[in-house]
Design a protein around this ligand. Structure first.
Ligand code: FCB
Length: 440
């Protein structure tokens, strides 16, 4: 049997727009995702998060499910457009009250609340003013962070600023696959910087809090030893991993990435002291991992999320895939954790998302196998000395999977969207067993 330390934190994760619904209730105004979903052709099947899993009304039932599973922590996100509907100015207490109720219900059930302040639902007025490519958005984010921290700081111990700034910057502003759907490569680099700056300013705005950030990192390998393939892997590692890790943990942008980006943009938007702000010490790094990447030299295709490296080709690693098309490779998670431990040694790690989309409904052997493999990879990492402190499965519930709409189900718990009935899948029972035993 593989066991973890008794203090190892077992959780599950969700995000506001993917589960809450109630998009026009209690003062909430549109976010960029409401606007994006209302734009024909952007989301499969014309789906939107308008109702989603109706968690805004059903959170007591959802917390009861978490308790049944034995979760030690619940990672959720706070919807900025509920708390500060215009993205600036006064807070709406009704929005904050929802999170007060949620947090209290969690605590009553001995589940640690792990809020993330930003999981992609930017208030639309801030996008109308230019969005993340504008420096002011970072300042607005810090103000919002302070509001939420003041409201919940007495009850919440661990805070996460951003979820996956890579997606916000490069899917939002380079490929346009995510809201706000812009295809402006140079602006996407400014967005990445201002997201990082917003993180740093938010850390300052929440004194005495334990704060981290969640990145979607990947283990990147070259398709062969040929120079072009090796360079492709260096570039993608740069644009997926190091462009965020290095400023956060080493207070610098990687020189090779800055060079790769020269034809697209200079870094003149980085002001004095920005990197100092961004590299403020954090208490933990959240790692979201789903799939590894195998890359090689190819021909230019635009738009690409890998700005400045549009010629890189993504290769088939020949492994089985989940229904969303992502290759399954737990070894990639182990390699990633070992690498983080080696190159960025001083920060405790949590896997803040890991999971699989499968079409099966309640008997989800594929998901159980996926989770089992990845939890084993975590155990391996811990046994090799990696400071990995917890694991959050994505996701507690089936939910709105962004541009894929409701077709891709990641939940441990099945949601019937017609009736909102929740049914724990086999994977939920399996996970409850892992938590109970403290291992596999
Ligand atoms: C991550 C997101 C999360 C979910 C999973 C499948 O990139 O953070 O919201 O969509 O992927």
């Amino acid at each position: 049997m593989t066991t973890f330390e008794p203090g190892f934190l077992w959780g599950a994760a969700t995000s506001s727009y993917q589960i809450e619904g109630a998009v026009a209730e209690d003062g909430r105004l549109p976010s960029i995702w409401d606007t994006f979903c209302a734009t024909p052709g952007k989301v499969d099947n014309g789906d939107s998060g308008a109702v989603a899993a109706d968690h805004y009304h059903r959170y007591p039932e959802d917390v009861a499910i978490m308790r049944e599973l034995g979760l030690g922590a619940y990672r959720f996100s706070v919807a900025w457009p509920r708390v500060q509907p215009l993205g600036s100015g006064a807070a709406d207490q009704r929005g904050l009250d929802f999170y007060r109720r949620l947090v209290d219900t969690l605590l009553d059930n001995d589940i640690q609340p792990w809020p993330t302040l930003y999981h992609w639902d930017l208030p639309q007025p801030l996008e109308d003013a230019g969005g993340w490519p504008e420096r002011d958005t970072a300042l607005r984010f810090a103000e919002y962070a302070q509001i939420v921290h003041e409201a919940l700081g007495d009850r919440v111990a661990h805070w996460t600023t951003l979820n996956e700034p890579w997606c916000s910057a490069f899917l939002g502003y380079a490929t346009g696959r995510h809201a706000p759907g812009r295809q402006e490569p140079a602006a996407s680099i400014r967005a990445a910087h201002h997201l990082l700056l917003g993180h740093g300013l938010a850390v300052q705005a929440m004194p005495d809090a334990r704060v981290g950030i969640t990145l979607n990192l990947s283990h990147v390998t070259a398709g062969s030893n040929a120079d072009g393939d090796v360079d492709a892997a260096r570039r993608i590692d740069g644009m997926q991993n190091r462009i965020f890790l290095d400023p956060l943990l080493l207070a610098e942008y990687p020189a090779d990435v800055v060079r790769d980006l020269e034809p697209v943009t200079g870094f003149g938007f980085v002001q004095e002291d920005d990197l100092k702000t961004i590299a403020a010490p954090i208490d933990f790094l959240g790692v979201n991992y789903y799939s590894p990447m195998l890359v090689g030299h190819g021909t230019e295709t635009r738009p690409s999320a890998y700005v400045g490296s549009e010629h890189v080709r993504h290769l088939d690693g020949g492994r089985a895939r989940t229904s969303i098309g992502w290759e399954i490779d737990p070894r990639g998670l182990l390699d990633l954790l070992l690498r983080l431990d080696r190159e960025y040694p001083d920060v405790p790690l949590y896997v803040t998302e890991n999971g699989a989309a499968f079409d099966d409904e309640v008997h989800d052997a594929g998901r159980v196998a996926y989770l089992d493999g990845h939890v084993r990879a975590c155990a391996d990492a811990v046994s090799r000395g990696v400071a990995l402190k917890g694991y959050f499965a994505w996701s507690l519930l089936d939910n709105f999977e962004w541009s894929f709409g409701y077709a891709q189900r990641f939940g441990l718990v099945h949601v019937d969207y017609d009736t909102q009935r929740r049914t724990p899948k086999d994977s939920a029972r399996w996970y409850a067993g892992v938590i109970r035993r403290g291992g596999l």
